[in-house]
Structure formats: C-alpha cells, structure tokens
Design a protein. Structure first.
Length: 277
C-alpha cells in the first residue's frame, strides 16, 4: 500500500485530469467529483455534507483541493458551502496535509465572487490547524486547455480575439509546473504552511501571448479587440466563464516567484516553450 495516498477533489476538471495523467507511483490518487469523467473513485457533491460520509471507506493521508465552481451565478455560495463541508470533515478525520490550488486573483483587490471565494477558502485552511501549502497559479494552460484550443480554432479561420486592449501582463502557469509542485510537496512532506504565487517569469502581455501562440502554430491572424462590455454579454450567454471576470482584464497579474524558488527550487516553464509541449 502506498505511503502517499492522496484524495483529489474535482478530479475530472482540467487540473485534476492532468494530475492523474502525470502522477505515478509512489503516490496513489483517490478522485472525487460531482461530474463523471473517468478518474473518480466516488461521485461526491461537496456542497452536500452527507455526501462526504462516502469518504469514510477510503484511506488517505493528503488532500489536493481542486474542485471549484467558476461559471454559475452562485459561485461564492457554492464554493463556500463546498469548502466549509470539506474542511470540517478533514478536521474531524485528521490528515497529514492539504494542498489548495487557489488563484492569482486572490493577490488582487478585484471584487468578484470567484476571488472572494478563493480568499475565503484560504482563510478556512489557515484556521484549520492542518499542515498546508497554497498555490496561486495564474492562467493555467497547456496546448489541450479549452481556451487555448478555442483561440487556435479562431486562428485557423484567420483571426484571434483579445478582450480589452490586451496590454495587461500575465504570468501564465503551465499545468505541468503545478502538477510537479503538488507531487513534490506530497512525496517530501514539505507542507510549509505558506502561500505561493506560481507562474512564468517572462510576464508577457495578453496580446503577446496571442502572438506567441499564433507563431508557434504557424498562423498570422488578424487580432480583433473585443470591448469588455461586449465580452461580458457574450460570456453571460455562453456560460463558459463567469462574466464578472472581465473586471480583471486590465489588471496586471505578475507572479512573485521568489518564495517558491527559495522553498522548492521552482524553475518555471516559460510560455514560449510551454505552448509547444
């Protein structure tokens, strides 16, 4: 039996799928999700406290908390209920450590449900007296990520879409960097009780990221700059992303990597390289 049995919430989401794909022995992953997708050991809705009793049959020492509502009209309410139920259960059960994947949004003052729910969950973990590590990635991506695939589909038709002016800076985080850090924390037991920004060090603008993506795939698209008001309307119709997140478009999100480099020897994948992986 593995010494690194780890419960993964939201195992069928983007980050969860990659964690299962890129994690091998000696870590044993136990997946839960309210949506079926193939990696779940158990279908559990964290918003329903009784559902967590299903976990009593599983042995695990660690938890990676990935499950998160990003699109509904009740993001704050849903995420608070889920996180409260999970942390209350873990405090009673007792575990050796929890890794929470927060967001770079938590480093900003942006007043949106998504940001507020991430900060709330971070504070829950601070007060839970469970050893923890919190990672705040910016713009998780890989060539198979949905927003990347969507942009590539536009580029094949000769255009790309930028929301707003495209001048704000980002620290895009390759999914493999996040997975590697999670695996490192679990196998070394390095639960530092700290919060870490993670991402690239290059900090390209949104417009530059589109340029890099196009060049790497042999496209020369015309960039259409979509006003944020129109983008918000379209997002509310498609329900792909919470329309509130358009408030963050013109805000720089630049990761401070000093702490994660010092504690974990983090060497980030730069966007120019990651988009080809």
């Amino acid at each position: 039996m593995s010494d690194f049995r780890t419960l993964v919430t939201g195992c069928n989401g983007y980050a969860g799928r990659h964690l299962f794909k890129q994690t091998d022995s000696p870590i044993e992953l136990i997946g839960i999700d309210m949506n079926s997708g193939g990696d779940e050991s158990e279908a559990i809705d964290l918003r329903e406290r009784e559902d967590l009793k299903k976990l009593d049959q599983y042995d695990f020492e660690y938890v990676v908390h990935l499950a998160w509502d990003q699109t509904s009209k009740d993001i704050y309410k849903n995420n608070l209920k889920a996180s409260n139920n999970l942390i209350d259960y873990l405090k009673i059960r007792g575990i050796d450590g929890i890794i929470f994947v927060s967001s770079s949004y938590a480093s900003t003052a942006t007043d949106i449900q998504y940001t507020e729910s991430k900060i709330y969950a971070e504070n829950l973990i601070f007060d839970a007296h469970i050893p923890f590590v919190i990672f705040r990635p910016d713009s998780l991506y890989s060539i198979d990520e949905e927003k990347i695939k969507e942009q590539l589909s536009y580029m094949k038709m000769g255009f790309s879409i930028s929301i707003g002016k495209g001048e704000s800076l980002r620290s895009p985080t390759h999914i493999s960097d996040l997975v590697a850090l999670i695996n490192q924390v679990i196998t070394t037991g390095q639960f530092t009780n700290k919060v870490y920004d993670i991402g690239s060090s290059g900090n390209p603008s949104q417009a530059k990221m589109l340029e890099i993506l196009a060049s790497a795939n042999g496209f020369s698209p015309l960039t259409i700059k979509l006003p944020t008001a129109i983008a918000r309307l379209l997002l509310s119709i498609t329900n792909k992303v919470d329309p509130e997140q358009t408030k963050t478009i013109d805000i720089d999100r630049v990761a401070d990597l000093e702490r994660v480099i010092e504690d974990f020897g983090f060497a980030p994948i730069e966007y120019e390289d990651g988009i080809r992986m």
